[in-house]
Design a protein around this ligand. Structure first.
Ligand code: A3P
Length: 311
């Protein structure tokens, strides 16, 4: 998939002081007007935005936030595909290439809106950093996220004919500088103490989901009963989400024009492991990925453990 460099109409200079003109930003081509439409999108104060790099536990967090924002209505959650309850901002344009319907589902969504995006901070709607609507950010070790992206891509048809090893080469050489997972996370990590930002990680959700739910209740001004907490923990478990048709992106699969070209189909909720990459990548690939990450981490004076909230 090709990405082209874009310059937004304005930058979040009120949030992070840096020379934003040096921040290289990319958007899926071919497009000119969609980044501007997103920049100008109206934000509502009760919006909740879930922002991540792809394959970092977005779906897991969406289901959790949707339930907290909808009084733990499990029956309603089980009745409708998550991607319809909580749309993915960039999805419709990516799937259909039609500017007219690019943001239609988001514009028609009733409030409170729970919107997913993989865009970097500076390409998100400008009103987000002006009005400061709530943002939940989830980071994950990029090595696990890359492996996960490969399997998802095979199912959707992006990785047709490619091996995992070819895909990892592409991530480390061609793609990752344009979709830099470290820089993406650092900008939100820097904002983690802002009252309108909740920053967490996939690893943290695996380690202490109950704690993340407690934190989110405070962040979203919601309270739940002990019984609701127990049901949430069960509903959000890997086993339950794996067998839940509404959390496995089945609607999404019907939208991609090349959905049938995947040579093998993997369940969206696939293996759900921390450090699963160790079973998938060769020692040489792990070394190259570590080098790639450490260069970016050092440039930004942050460690992977800090970004993963593991120290
Ligand atoms: P794997 O492919 O490593 O299994 P996203 O929603 O951002 O695309 O992330 C998808 C990843 O989150 C997949 O990772 C998926 O299995 C994992 N995931 C989703 N729900 C999960 C859960 N309840 N428990 C553990 N992992 C989960």
């Amino acid at each position: 998939m090709e990405y082209e460099q874009v310059t937004p109409k304005s930058y979040p200079v009120n949030l992070i002081k840096k020379d934003w003109t040096k921040r290289k930003l990319f958007y899926r081509s071919p497009t000119k007007s969609v980044p501007d439409m997103i920049h100008d999108l109206e934000i509502f104060e009760d919006d909740v935005w879930i922002v991540t790099n792809p394959k970092c536990g977005t779906t897991w967090m969406q289901e959790l936030v949707w339930l907290l924002m909808n009084d733990c209505d499990f029956e309603a959650a089980l009745a409708k595909d998550l991607e319809l309850r909580s749309p993915f901002l960039e999805f419709d344009f990516a799937a259909h290439g039609d500017e007219k319907r690019a943001l239609q589902r988001v514009l028609e969504l009733p409030s409170p809106r729970i919107i997913k995006s993989h865009l970097p901070l500076a390409l998100l709607p400008a009103q987000l950093w002006q009005k400061k609507a709530k943002v939940v950010y989830v980071f994950r070790n990029p090595k696990d996220a890359w492996v996960s992206a490969y399997y998802h891509g095979v199912t959707v048809g992006f990785q047709y004919g490619k091996t995992l090893h070819q895909f990892i080469d592409e991530c480390l050489e061609k793609q990752a500088p344009k979709k830099d997972p470290v820089l993406h996370a650092i900008e939100f990590y820097q904002l983690r103490n802002e009252p309108w930002i909740y920053y967490t990680s996939f690893e943290q959700m695996k380690r202490n989901l109950r704690g993340v739910i407690d934190d989110l209740c405070k962040f979203l001004n919601k309270s739940i009963t002990d019984q609701q907490m127990e049901r949430l923990l069960k509903h959000l478990s890997f086993e339950e989400m794996k067998k839940n048709p509404t959390t496995n992106h089945l609607w999404e699969l019907t939208q991609w024009p090349h959905a049938d070209s995947g040579k093998e189909v993997y369940n969206f909720i696939r293996s759900g492991k921390v450090n699963g990459y160790k079973e998938e990548l060769t020692p040489e690939e792990i070394e190259r990925a570590d080098l790639f990450l450490s260069q970016r981490l050092q440039e930004n004076q942050v460690t992977l453990e800090e970004l993963l909230l593991l120290d």
